[in-house]
Write a protein that binds this ligand. Structure first.
Ligand code: BG6
Length: 482
């Protein structure tokens, strides 16, 4: 795969007045600037439909930064705002692109970020192509959702591929920008300890939970069309699964890492009816606060799922017989993203005659909010033990923020924007990965349609429908809720 020859000296941001831009993109860029990580020559051209002057946009950006970026990371904000210019463009009409090209001017490297609805990708790309902004090493970053199923994702990918070769397309999955997600790779491949036991001989099952306390928020139309499976499982959760399950890549580069991930995604077995549970939240209380049900928030009845639990299998030698339990939901009791690796029992206990019970080891990688890695180990409870020898699990605990207290906690988009500017695709999703992800998701949705499956209800503030607990319990597995 050819490398991009130049670090971008122009960043062109579409959808610059949108929510993502205000909350994540502008704050991340400002933070990178304040840490001296943006090249002095980098100029940022922002665009959206709203008629605004550069001066007005800078004020708008300043307000977003003051709201979403902590004060200590805002050093050099005036310098950052000075890098920005603004051009109003209606992406669906050809006018405006000439002005945009004029504003971008000559570039050595151009990075384009589409933080817009996917329906605008095609017209935007044609507009850019017409004025020559796809030439040279121009690269493009795309935000999800990349389609609603395999076919629609192919349409989007085909439209983008007309103007950009794959090595210049950066598909964002913001989970890959999270430090703890990257740390999963360090844990697996920078230590000798885990790899020899990272297989079905030693691992009994894996759990991946992404629990959220928020509900529909303001994304009524998008979410009701999407639902939990397509919003979170298709992308973030399958990426986490791929990172847990992949073979060691030969090096930490875009081709090697993505080659290994795609093999896992392609090895996902078709899910059966008994292996998936969906739910939709009703009124309840989350962290002590009363919240309405999904249909009340939506203002109408809906069959969209806000919770999904799936038992997945990776059909290859390494993972034969090891279930991967995936669970995601909105309005759950706490916000937590974690991966649990449950090891098998020891083959023989020398302590049994002494009355001691051993429990299998468990590795819990908490991605957020705590960023902890915890390995539960059996230890002897101190004491003379007339009544026998007592063993108890104790945690070997790494709290990342404490271990690296001298480093800055970064927004996931800082990493991703910097990689886009520098042309490194390792943490971006390749077309074949997206397609494999959709193929698996489409099969589950077809199963729901065939069996006319409707989401079961669950009270906000609970861990989802009881059927989700039963899904694991049938196999003698308990979800890791504590
Ligand atoms: C987004 C989903 O991709 O990820 C949202 O569309 C979800 O529904 C969000 O809330 C979660 O991201 P994070 O980084 O807060 O876990």
């Amino acid at each position: 795969m050819p490398e991009l020859a130049f670090t971008a000296d122009r960043l062109l941001l579409f959808g610059a007045t949108g929510d993502l831009s205000q909350r994540m993109l502008l704050p991340s860029l400002c933070a990178l600037n304040s840490d001296g990580l943006l090249d002095q020559d980098l100029r940022i051209v922002c665009t959206a439909r709203s008629e605004m002057s550069t001066h007005e946009f800078r004020n708008f950006a300043r307000e977003a930064l003051e709201k979403y970026l902590p004060k200590h990371r805002r050093g050099g904000m005036a310098d950052f705002l000075n890098r920005i210019s603004y051009v109003p463009v209606d992406a669906t009409t050809p006018e405006g692109y000439d002005k945009l090209a004029e504003q971008v001017g000559d570039y050595d490297g151009l990075a384009i970020f589409l933080s817009t609805a996917p329906s605008l990708f095609e017209p935007t790309i044609s507009g850019l192509e017409r004025v020559g902004l796809t030439r040279g090493n121009a690269r493009i970053a795309l935000e999800k959702p990349l389609g609603t199923d395999f076919d629609s994702s192919c349409e989007i990918n085909d439209a983008v591929a007309k103007a950009f070769p794959e090595h210049r397309i950066f598909r964002i999955d913001h989970y890959l920008g999270k430090e703890t997600v990257q740390n999963l790779l360090a844990l697996r491949f920078a230590n000798i300890l885990f790899e020899p036991v990272w297989n079905s001989n030693y691992i009994e099952h894996v759990q991946i939970t992404v629990a959220e306390t928020v509900g529909l928020e303001s994304r009524v139309a998008y979410y009701d069309d999407s639902g939990a499976l397509r919003d979170m499982v298709q992308n973030h959760m399958l990426q986490l699964l791929a990172l847990v399950a992949m073979e060691p890549p030969t090096s930490f580069d875009a081709t090697s890492v993505r080659d290994e991930k795609v093999k896992v995604l392609r090895a996902l077995r078709e899910v059966s009816k008994a292996e998936v549970v969906t739910g939709q939240y009703r009124a309840g209380a989350v962290i002590g606060e009363a919240v309405p049900g999904y249909d009340e928030e939506l203002g109408k009845d809906s069959d969209t799922e806000t919770f999904v639990a799936v038992k997945a299998h990776v059909d290859n030698w390494r993972w034969r017989g090891v279930p991967f339990y995936l669970r995601h939901g909105k309005r759950l009791p706490e916000r937590v993203t974690e991966i649990v690796i449950q090891f098998r029992c020891i083959p023989h206990s020398i302590f049994e005659g002494r009355g001691a019970v051993t429990q299998p080891n468990r590795l819990v990688i908490e991605i957020q909010p705590k960023e902890n890695i915890q390995l539960s180990m059996m230890a002897k409870v101190p004491g003379l033990g007339r009544e026998g020898l007592r063993l108890r699990p104790v945690p070997l605990d790494i709290a990342m923020p404490d271990a690296f207290s001298d480093t800055v906690r970064r927004i996931a988009y800082e990493r991703l924007l910097l990689d886009l500017i520098e042309g490194d695709q390792t943490l971006f999703v390749r077309r074949d990965e997206v397609e494999a992800q959709w193929e698996w998701i489409d099969q589950i949705r077809a199963l729901w349609a065939e069996n006319e499956m409707k989401p079961k209800t669950y009270a906000s503030g609970s861990w989802g429908p009881s059927a989700a607990i039963a899904l694991a319990e049938r196999d003698g597995v308990t979800w890791h809720d504590d």
